[in-house]
Design a protein around this ligand. Structure first.
Ligand SMILES: Cc1ncc(COP(=O)(O)O)c(C=O)c1O
Length: 372
């Protein structure tokens, strides 16, 4: 089965489930079109090449939420962050960027920051968290930009505490660097940080936020900062091929997410603590971090990933209950990891129901492992 076919089989099974522990219920195209129709101003006109229409409305809304002078819509965060890092290099004359070895640009972007941007990475720390002030002050080379990924996804969606974040930013500034926040998941970081998203944006020189992760949009990102940054972002977005003729579906879906989903995220984060604690009680399970910093966290089970993925699918297709999907092998043979997302559907589970579903899932895993 191709990657797409396997994915779409999972999506179809998940859609039919009565209960979903991890993830959002996938929407059909008809449902998405209804959301766009309900969000659009019926007399409104589309955007053209990044100006006007729902795109302008979205950019204003994001700038208001983040307390920045402006925000610029990008087709992807990958593109937005390359522009932010390049800006830092131009302003400071330093092509080095302070990046965590587990950060998105270093792990998931085919070295675009280097190949397209002519930048080079200075690893900020070997620890599985964002760098401390001491680590930033002790970097071997001067960097033009320090990129902080909040939360650091590939370390388990981990966040610093507010005071640590403030100190790290101050250390970067003292070393003459600009600070860019990868806020792909900034919206749900607010409860742990104890400060609104605008306070995080005020600490940084630029912030990128995503519209399709926790907000459930179609795609898209915004790069927010002062007016000079926004002018630069629009110029380089054009050069990168990101000034799309019309982006109104993406903008409308993002606006819907900001209205509907953003206010719910704090509740998801609170419930993630309950779900994580219940899952940790399953035989052989480990979760991290405890308690989770956002509504997402990692779980490990001592079984091969293909067995776990088959059990998730079978449970969904035969019992209309979705446990946790997308199990991946770890470096320890027979130990697999998955990311858990506590969103709207998980609110229906109390701790006992989490354990009950987990045990049902593990019975399927055990029977798959038994010969015959
Ligand atoms: C932490 C982080 N940064 C950046 C990105 C890039 O976002 P996009 O898919 O819009 O390029 C992602 C996407 O998964 C991400 O998780």
């Amino acid at each position: 089965m191709s990657g797409y076919a396997a994915r779409i089989r999972g999506v179809a099974a998940m859609r039919e489930c009565d209960r979903i522990l991890s993830g959002r219920r996938p929407t059909s195209l008809a449902e998405q079109l209804a959301v766009l129709a309900a969000t659009a101003d019926p007399d409104g006109l589309p955007d053209f090449y990044g100006e006007g229409g729902p795109v302008a409305t979205l950019e204003r809304r994001v700038a208001e939420l983040l307390g920045t002078a402006d925000a610029v819509l990008f087709p992807t965060g990958t593109m937005a962050q390359q522009v932010a890092m390049r800006y830092g290099a131009e302003l400071t004359g330093r092509t080095a960027v302070g990046l965590h070895p587990l950060s998105h640009p270093l792990v998931h972007e085919r070295d675009a920051y280097a190949v397209l941007g002519g930048l080079r990475a200075v690893p900020t720390t070997t620890a599985a968290r964002n760098p401390t002030a001491q680590e930033v002050a002790a970097l071997d080379e001067p960097v033009g930009t320090l990129l902080l990924e909040l939360p650091l996804r590939d370390a388990g969606f981990v966040l610093p505490d507010w005071d640590e974040l403030v100190a790290t930013v101050a250390a970067a500034r003292a070393a003459g660097a600009r600070v860019h926040v990868d806020g792909a998941r900034l919206w749900e970081s607010v409860p742990h940080l104890g400060h609104p998203a605008a306070a995080v944006a005020a600490l940084a020189d630029s912030v990128y936020v995503s519209f399709y992760k926790s907000l459930g949009g179609i795609s898209g990102a915004a790069l927010a900062g002062d007016e000079a940054l926004a002018r630069y972002a629009r110029a380089w977005r054009h050069r990168y091929g990101g000034t799309v003729f019309q982006q109104w579906p993406v903008a409308l879906a993002a606006l819907d997410g900001l209205t509907d989903e953003l206010p719910r995220l704090a509740g998801y984060v609170a419930h993630a603590r309950t779900v994580a604690e219940a899952l940790a009680a399953l035989p052989g399970a480990r979760v991290f971090p405890t308690p989770p910093h956002t509504h997402q966290f990692r779980i490990w089970l001592p079984h091969p990933a293909d067995v776990l993925n088959a059990a998730t699918l079978a449970l969904a297709e035969q019992e209309r209950a979705w446990f946790v999907g997308n199990w991946q092998e770890t470096e320890v043979p027979g130990l697999s990891m998955a990311e858990v997302t506590v969103a709207g559907p998980a609110l229906e589970f109390d701790p006992g129901q989490v354990v009950e579903l987990g045990e049902r899932f593990l019975r399927r895993v055990a029977s798959a492992a038994r010969p015959g």
